[in-house]
Design a binder for this molecule. Structure first.
Ligand SMILES: NC(=O)c1ccc[n+]([C@@H]2O[C@H](COP(=O)([O-])OP(=O)(O)OC[C@H]3O[C@@H](n4cnc5c(N)ncnc54)[C@H](O)[C@@H]3O)[C@@H](O)[C@H]2O)c1
Length: 276
C-alpha cells in the first residue's frame, strides 16, 4: 500500500497562485514548496525586486517564479500561462486566490462600504477581480489542464461564503448609524459566487481529470485592533482568529492526491464559526 505521506507529495508539480504575493498567497506558496512543488506567484503587485528575490527563493524554493499578471485581463492571463509553459512545460495546479479584500476593521474612510452609498464602480471593480478573474484563469489555465487530462483547481472563498457578515463586528463608537462601516456587499457576492463556480467547473471537467474544490477560511490574525479581535473571537467556538500558517495543510490537502476523491466541494476551515 502506498505510504499515506506520499499522497501529499507535490514533487515537480507546478502551481499558479493568483494574488500570490499577498498575505495568504505567500502562505500557500510555502505549502506548495514545502511539499516539493513549484509555486508561481501571479500578482498585479510584482516588483523588480520580487522577481529576483533571494528571500523568496529561501522561503518558496529555488524554482519559485513571480509573474506580473492582471487576472481581469485575458491577454495578461494568457501571458501567465505561456510564460509558465515556456519555463516549466506544464501546469498542474491553479489556486484562484486574488480578491479585493477590504479590511474594514482598519479602515477610517468607511462610509463607502454601506449598501446605500456603494458605487457601481466599486461593485464592478470587486466582481472583476474576485469573479471575472477567477473565471478567466479557470477558462485559460483550466483548459490547458483539461487538454492534458490532469489538474487541480482550488478557489479561495471565505467563511463569508457560507454565513452573512456580522456587521456588529465592524462598528466604530461615536459614528452615526448611517456612517457605521460594514463589510461590503461585494465580498459576500464574490465569495458565494466562487462556490457556484467551483460546482460548475467540477462537474464540467469531471471527465477531464480535473478536480475543482473551494476552501473557506475564517479571519486571519494580522494585528487587527484588539476590540475587533475580541468581538470576533466570541463568535468562534475555538475562541480565536486563525494563525497565518493554519491554512497551509488544508491547501496542501486540496492540491495533492490526498484529496483524490474530492471534487465540487467547499472545505470550511473557520475555527467552527459557521456552525454557531
Ligand atoms: N486574510 C483573511 O483573513 C482572509 C480570510 C478569508 C478569506 N481570505 C481570502 O484570501 C484571499 C487573499 O486574502 P489576503 O488577506 O491574502 O489579501 P491580500 O490583499 O494580501 O492579497 C490579495 C492579493 O491579490 C492581488 N490582486 C488584486 N487584484 C489583482 C489582479 N487584478 N490581478 C492579480 N492579482 C491581484 C493583490 O495585489 C494582493 O497581493 C482573498 O480571496 C480573501 O478574500 C482572506
Amino acid at each position: 500500500m502506498e505510504n499515506v505521506k506520499n499522497l501529499f507529495d507535490l514533487a515537480g508539480r507546478v502551481a499558479i497562485i493568483t494574488g500570490g504575493t499577498g498575505l495568504l498567497g505567500q502562505q500557500h506558496a510555502q505549502a506548495i514548496a514545502g511539499a516539493g512543488g513549484i509555486p508561481i506567484l501571479a500578482d498585479i503587485r510584482v516588483t523588480e525586486v520580487d522577481l529576483h528575490s533571494q528571500d523568496w527563493k529561501a522561503r518558496f524554493g529555488e524554482q519559485v517564479c513571480a509573474i506580473q499578471t492582471d487576472i481581469t485581463d485575458p491577454k495578461s492571463v494568457k501571458n501567465l500561462l505561456e510564460t509558465t509553459l515556456d519555463k516549466f512545460g506544464r501546469v498542474d495546479i491553479l489556486i484562484n486566490h486574488a480578491a479585493n479584500n477590504p479590511k474594514m476593521e482598519n479602515n477610517v474612510e468607511v462610509e463607502f462600504s454601506r449598501l446605500e452609498f456603494f458605487t457601481l464602480e466599486q461593485w464592478d471593480a470587486d466582481l472583476n477581480v474576485g469573479l471575472k478573474g477567477a473565471f478567466l484563469c479557470s477558462q485559460i489555465i483550466g483548459s490547458e489542464m483539461a487538454r492534458r487530462k490532469q489538474g487541480v483547481i482550488v478557489n479561495v472563498a471565505s467563511d463569508l461564503a457560507v454565513i452573512a457578515p456580522d456587521q456588529r463586528l465592524y462598528r466604530k463608537p461615536g459614528l452615526p448609524e448611517d456612517k457605521q462601516p460594514v463589510k461590503p456587499v461585494t465580498y459576500s457576492v464574490v465569495k458565494t459566487g466562487l462556490i457556484g463556480l467551483t460546482r460548475y467547473l467540477a462537474t464540467y471537467w469531471a471527465d477531464s481529470g480535473i478536480r475543482v474544490n473551494a476552501i473557506s477560511p475564517g479571519g486571519v490574525y494580522n494585528n487587527q485592533p484588539d476590540d475587533f479581535v475580541e468581538r470576533l473571537a466570541k463568535l468562534i467556538p475555538l475562541g480565536r482568529m486563525a494563525n497565518i500558517d493554519e491554512y497551509q495543510a488544508a491547501i496542501l490537502f486540496l492540491c495533492s492526491d490526498a484529496s483524490s476523491y474530492m471534487t465540487g466541494t467547499n472545505l470550511v476551515v473557520d475555527g467552527g464559526r459557521s456552525c454557531w
